[in-house]
Design a binder for this molecule. Structure first.
Ligand SMILES: [Zn+2]
Length: 259
């Protein structure tokens, strides 16, 4: 089915993840033939950000986001963010600070104060460089919104899991809403509501590959070509043509990342 569509832009993936180690080249070099025209692959710490940069040099459709994921907040060393800032400034295909944010899901995760401090410093970095940030918000809606309203970065809230009310506030800040495989799940009532009502010019599509593969591949390894299934579901919700959804969201993605 994937070959039916073109202009697929994946605004959030993790192609340096170990899930791709064995066949990374096969997967990445095959994406173009499946209609994928752009992918932003995200770092989760310094090493992963360096690996992301390597991938962007090897594959023309790949762009990179560099940053520290909240799950890695405890591992940040002095000087890491300065280095990430230098790379963001000097590397042409590094287009965003990410993946950054707050994750209150894990009880043994980094303390909230550590996460908030790192999140704020990375938003400041994005603001300084005038580039977008890619925000991860898991069970941390209140603190995330407070910080976004306060610091007003450009960017996207990825794998959006909030209400339509929250989506409206994000859009009011000029930020984009990232939607992926979750919208195809049976229990996706809230995400469906958001996609149904939000202005399409603020919607971008994503995989979060290797995670969150859409139905009918739920639980399997995800890749950017599966965005076709996300577009089909959104098209069904909005009463539109899937290719039209892909075209609009690809344009949005390019605007988001200044491409
Ligand atoms: Zn991610």
């Amino acid at each position: 089915m994937e070959n039916m569509y073109q202009n697929i832009f994946d605004t959030h993936a993790h192609y340096d993840d170990e899930a791709f180690m064995e066949d990374q080249d096969t997967v990445l070099s095959g994406l173009k033939d499946k209609g994928v025209t752009g992918v932003v692959t995200c770092g989760v710490d310094l090493l992963s950000s360096a690996n992301v940069l390597k991938l962007t040099k090897k594959y023309d459709i790949l762009y990179g986001a560099l940053g520290y994921h909240p799950e890695k907040a405890d591992e940040e060393r002095k000087g890491d963010l300065e280095l990430i800032g230098e790379l963001l400034e000097s590397e042409e295909k590094a287009v965003a600070v990410g993946e950054i944010g707050l994750d209150y899901y894990y009880e043994d995760g980094a303390p909230k104060e550590t996460q908030i401090d790192l999140f704020q410093r990375q938003i400041a970095l994005g603001n300084d460089l005038d580039i977008p940030v890619i925000v991860h918000d898991r069970e941390a809606h209140e603190d995330t919104m407070k910080i976004l309203k306060d610091m007003k970065p450009k960017g996207v809230v990825h794998c959006f899991s909030g209400s339509y009310e929250m989506a409206k506030e994000i859009i009011k800040l000029g930020m984009y809403i990232g939607v992926g495989g979750v919208v195809t799940f049976k229990n996706a009532r809230k995400t469906v509501e958001v996609v149904e009502q939000m202005p399409l010019e603020f919607l971008v599509l994503e995989t979060d590959a290797p995670y969150l593969a859409p139905t009918p591949f739920r639980g399997k390894r995800n890749d950017s070509s599966y965005i076709a299934y996300v577009a089909e579901r959104i098209a069904e919700i909005r009463g539109m043509d899937p290719q039209e959804i892909l075209n609009i969201t690809a344009e949005n993605a390019k605007r988001l990342y200044n491409l």
